[in-house]
Design a protein around this ligand. Structure first.
Ligand code: UD1
Ligand code: MG
Length: 454
């Protein structure tokens, strides 16, 4: 007789929803309540885009991270309780007496869970240290990579897939459908953690920007996870409407339009939901206080913890490539920022838009060249300017670049759409994030059929 139900116990999902509501209420209450303590500890910042100078409590991401991680720890017993009970509620001892074999405890799931918590704790520590000491870039980058090692070890222990499917146009060239990237795949996953943490942190500086990115990415991940749960209706029907006729097999896992996934697949996406649902709760509660005009700031802690949470679920639930698709605005912002991050173009301490006090409008902010730019810098900037991504101020006679607008997506919005107020700008950012997620779903489930066959 079937010993275990065909899917892991779904009631844990109900508990997770309950925990998310608690996370929301806790953030809603504790963030303003603890703001004063942060100011006392000198964790405060000036809102750069306001007329007033009142210090705003900074680093409230620490409160969010604490709520999030503590609730995740409290939640641990839920997915595992009832593991030894069968449908009739028999205990292991009864079963042993009856000569029925008792299933082994899912240690792999527990190690998945614990290693994820370890990475989240390291991200919190790094974020908070960054808030206090303003860590340098070259020190900041490797730490999330080290923090991802426990995740990679679990991935290895599970014999996680390191193959990538070769897109149809490249198959004649490589003469195969799958390529094993081996250690390179691990390198890619560890870089994912440093990308997801830092990319949110550099798309920041206007009220609500950091937390709204995290919220929309978390909701997109949740939507993606829900596609893999054993629903009574077959999701293949709406996905067919999206144009996906074929299911795509990625490394032995049926991916697109999976209504009745393998047990393992369902388990992984449930795991992802357990981590994403309370994150949404915390973000919503925090956003209420961080929305324009902000009463609190997230600090780097929130950016690091949310970024790490995404890396954790992407790696542990084996959908890191789909996850990257939800980061389209961050990828764009990172690539655009590279000339400033890597020293081709001067990078001021703050690249936030310039605030026009009288009109209460934001304009693109500028980076000033104190020395004449190199040929490479000029070439890159002229290219970006041709694409409409930056505006250059040049010397009237020599044509030498004197200034350029800072290379961030927020400045691009202001260059392309004209000056606007802070609230409007964060709404444009959120709209772009949502549009990015819609594109991600179309690419993942709609266009995948064109690039990969079944
Ligand atoms: C990153 C960006 C930097 C941007 C900053 C804003 C890069 C390389 N770094 O630096 O360009 O200016 O984030 O967060 O792209 N602040 C506001 N309003 C907000 C949020 C923050 O005015 O809604 C200001 C406050 O003064 C706050 C400070 O930004 O104290 C926090 O900056 P911090 O997170 O320390 O900057 P970085 O992450 O180092
Ligand atoms: Mg920051």
């Amino acid at each position: 007789r079937p010993f275990l139900s065909p899917v892991p116990p779904l009631p844990a999902l109900h508990s997770s929803l309950g925990f998310s509501i608690i996370a929301f209420l806790a953030a809603l209450y504790l963030v303003p309540a603890l703001g004063g303590i942060m100011v006392k500890a000198n964790l405060k910042g000036k809102d750069l885009l306001k007329t007033y100078d009142t210090p705003i409590p900074e680093s409230l991401g620490l409160v969010c991270a604490s709520i999030y991680i503590l609730l995740l720890i409290l939640f641990i017993p839920f997915p595992f309780s009832g593991w030894y009970n069968d449908h009739a509620g028999n205990q292991p001892t009864t079963k042993a007496a009856e000569g029925i074999s008792v299933p082994e405890f899912p240690h792999h799931l527990l190690s998945l869970y614990l290693s994820s918590l370890l990475s989240l704790l390291m991200a919190t520590m790094l974020g908070f240290l960054d808030d206090i000491f303003d860590i340098r870039w070259r020190h900041k980058l490797p730490i999330p990579i080290i923090a991802s090692i426990p995740l990679l070890m679990v991935y290895y222990a599970e014999q996680g897939n390191t193959h990538v499917v070769v897109p149809l146009p490249f198959r004649p060239l490589l003469r195969r459908t799958l390529v094993n990237l081996g250690p390179l795949y691990y390198l890619y996953m560890s870089l994912l953690s440093t990308f997801s943490t830092n990319s949110i942190n550099i798309l920041a500086g206007i009220n609500g920007s950091e937390v709204s990115q995290a919220l929309i990415i978390a909701l997109s991940v949740i939507l993606n996870d829900l596609l893999y749960l054993p629903w009574p209706v077959d999701f293949r029907i709406p996905l067919h409407l999206l144009g996906s006729q074929k299911e795509v097999e990625v490394g032995g896992v049926w991916a697109a339009g999976m209504a009745y996934g393998s047990r393992q697949l369902v388990e992984r996406h449930l795991f992802s939901l357990y981590f994403m649902l309370p994150l949404v709760g915390v973000c919503l509660g925090f956003m209420y206080h961080n929305w324009y005009p902000a009463r609190v700031f997230p600090g780097d802690t929130l950016c690091y913890v949310t970024g790490m949470a995404f890396a954790v679920v992407g790696i542990q639930a084996h959908f890191s490539k789909t996850l990257l698709l939800f980061f389209l605005p961050q990828i764009f912002n990172f690539v655009l920022s590279c000339p400033q991050l890597f020293g081709l173009v001067p990078c001021p301490r703050h690249r936030v838009p310039r605030f026009d006090r009288n009109a209460n409008l934001l304009h693109p902010s500028k980076a000033l060249f104190e020395r004449s730019p190199s040929h490479l810098s000029t070439l890159v900037l002229r290219g970006l300017s041709l694409l409409g991504l930056t505006e250059l101020t040049t010397h009237p006679s020599t044509g030498q670049v004197l200034e350029c607008t800072n290379l961030t997506i927020l400045n691009v919005f202001l260059v392309r759409l004209g000056p606007m107020n802070e609230k409007r700008l964060v709404q444009v950012l959120m709209g772009t994030q949502v549009a990015g997620s819609v594109t991600a779903f179309v690419v993942r489930y709609g266009l995948a059929g064109l690039v990969y066959d079944g």
